[in-house]
Design a protein around this ligand. Structure first.
Ligand code: ATP
Length: 133
């Protein structure tokens, strides 16, 4: 299967750069699968999994939203945070989940509620991806 370059960058590090066969991301309107020669595109991503296919096998990571930019031979994902399953600290994600749930119960302001929802979604996503270890 033909390959293209996938790069995933976060503020801390270049999380991934390699030739891949396919990448599947969670867009704001549903999953998007990218193969070589996909139509150029820039679109926002949801908090979710990214699935990367290379040599016929999929690898998964958690990403905290961001953007994907697809051009002819290269796809770039820019995200606030990315982790492989084995990098995820499950205890930390469980604590983040508990904090977010508490904030959802006690917050009065809309901004605080939106923030707590985002924190909860990030924690749940990490817990889900960590199961793939
Ligand atoms: P917390 O409330 O636990 O700090 P957070 O959702 O606020 O979590 P982020 O701002 O998304 O954290 O990420 C900050 C940095 O910490 C990133 O580098 C991210 O990869 C890392 N990170 C966050 N949570 C975890 C986790 N449970 N396991 C491993 N790395 C994590």
């Amino acid at each position: 299967m033909s390959q293209f370059t996938l790069e995933i960058v976060t503020p801390d590090r270049k999380f991934f750069e390699d030739e891949v066969e396919m990448v599947i991301v969670r867009g704001v309107e549903g999953d998007i699968g990218i193969l070589k020669n996909h139509t150029p595109l820039v679109t926002p991503l949801s908090i979710g999994r990214i699935r990367i296919k290379k040599n016929g096998e999929f690898k998964e990571a958690a990403i905290a939203g961001g953007y994907i930019e697809v051009s002819k031979n290269k796809t770039t994902v820019i995200t606030d945070a990315a982790e492989w399953p084995e990098e995820i600290d499950v205890k930390r994600a469980e604590e983040a989940k508990k904090r977010a749930e508490q904030r959802l119960k006690s917050s009065k302001s809309e901004v605080d509620i939106v923030r707590a929802h985002i924190a909860l979604r990030k924690a749940l996503n990490r817990l889900e991806v960590a199961k793939k270890k």
